[in-house]
Write a protein that binds this ligand. Structure first.
Ligand code: NAP
Ligand code: ZN
Ligand code: ZN
Length: 351
């Protein structure tokens, strides 16, 4: 076993603190990665604080991981020592079910293995995430990162990036379409960049009056203030596609009203109950749909990274040392992030 240092949540309310734990030695199909950067996703906060009622402690969060390959197993084909590699929200799946066979490992019928807050497939060992020095992952769940990209700004692509890219591709968003991205945070800012790069006309739909300038800099053509009733009424039946990244339960009725006939709003934010109730009429009027989408499969994650390299897309990041992770969580709760916190893992070595 390999001894690794990281930061862990010990319960649902105390600050994260230094934690030492063990990872497996790399097997024939494994890649061992020295972690350079780890993004802080709102899901890390949700799970550290047990918002989804499934947290197991101690928990080392982090599923937006970029690092350098330091060891490869004998059967590893795509990586060699020194390569730059990325790991996202899953580190394994059954590899046999129809979802896995169709490169949709995130929807594995036997349940994918999350990068943290889960168990390894063939042992009782907990999975521990990216707020740590190193990680060992089977090659299939590791993505090749082109060295041309700014690596610290690449980390968030492994969750915020793929979670927004995948539905935009699945619902074939492109030229001639009006797309609304709801919520300008980690996911939302990537949603704008991807929708724009795919050729759509993009509107940022936000609760924050002061984010309009940023939204335009990120590529939005228009900004719609969701709290402003007259702006919302004027945008009724305007959109071909809505990407909803709001992290908590919220009233979806006003957003559904923004869709054209036969169009879809995809939820990628709130995982828990969506209160208050949705009026059935809002779907019947215009045969509208609400759908959900979870991260993306491994092949699509590689495709997304390659798309980013081609279009020069990365995340807008604020770097921080791991010692400030608790402060980052507080700021995330206050909607005070522009637009992703990323931990420089060198700070862990320096400690
Ligand atoms: P984030 O950086 O905190 O951004 C969320 C944004 O939503 C905020 O910046 C804010 O934007 C808006 N918002 C926040 N609270 C709101 C409220 N009460 N009502 C309306 N709007 C609100 O979070 P994130 O990292 O992007 O994550 C967003 C959600 O996606 C989280 O719940 C996370 O767990 C989930 N997630 C899901 C997947 C998946 O596979 N489906 C993957 C990753 C993350 P404005 O200021 O512009 O309004
Ligand atoms: Zn995430
Ligand atoms: Zn499977």
């Amino acid at each position: 076993m390999i001894k690794v240092r990281g930061y862990a949540a010990r319960d649902d309310h105390s600050p994260l603190t230094p934690f030492e734990f063990e990872r497996r030695n790399p097997g024939p199909q494994d890649v061992r990665i020295e972690i350079l950067y780890a993004g802080i996703c709102h899901s890390d906060l949700h799970q550290a604080r047990n918002h989804w009622s499934n947290s197991v402690y101690p928990m080392v969060p982090g599923h937006e991981i970029v690092g350098r390959v330091v060891e490869v197993g004998a059967q590893v084909k795509r990586f060699k020592v020194g390569d730059i590699a990325g790991v996202g929200c899953m580190v394994d799946s059954c590899r046999e079910c129809s979802a896995c066979a169709e490169d949709l490992e995130q929807y594995c019928e036997k349940g994918m293995t999350p990068t943290y807050n889960g168990k390894e497939r063939n042992s009782d060992q907990s999975t521990f995430g990216g707020y740590s020095e190193q990680i060992v992952v089977a090659e299939r769940y590791v993505v090749t990162v082109p060295k041309s990209l700014d690596l610290k700004a690449v980390a968030p692509l492994f969750c915020a990036g793929i979670t927004t890219y995948s539905p935009l591709r699945h619902w074939k968003v492109g030229k001639g379409q009006k797309v609304g991205v709801i919520g300008l945070g980690g996911l939302g800012h990537m949603g704008i960049k991807f929708a724009k790069a795919l050729g759509a006309e993009v509107t940022m739909i936000t609760t924050s009056v002061d984010k309009g300038k940023d939204a335009r800099r990120l590529g939005a053509d228009e900004v719609l203030l969701s709290q402003d009733g007259s702006q919302m009424a004027a945008a009724s039946r305007k959109f071909d596609f809505l990407l909803n990244t709001i992290p908590v339960g919220h009233d979806m009725n006003p957003y559904v009203g923004l869709l054209k006939r036969d169009r879809t709003m995809v939820l990628v934010g709130a995982l828990t109950a969506l209160e208050p109730p949705l009026m059935g009429y809002m779907l019947m009027d215009g045969r509208r749909s609400i759908a959900g989408s979870g991260i993306g499969g491994m092949a699509e994650t590689q495709e997304m990274i390659d798309f980013c390299a081609e279009h020069g897309i990365v995340s807008d990041v604020e770097m921080m040392p791991i010692q400030s992770v608790n402060e980052a969580y507080e700021r995330l709760l206050k909607n005070d992030v522009r637009y992703r916190f990323v931990i420089d893992m060198a700070s862990l070595k320096a400690a």
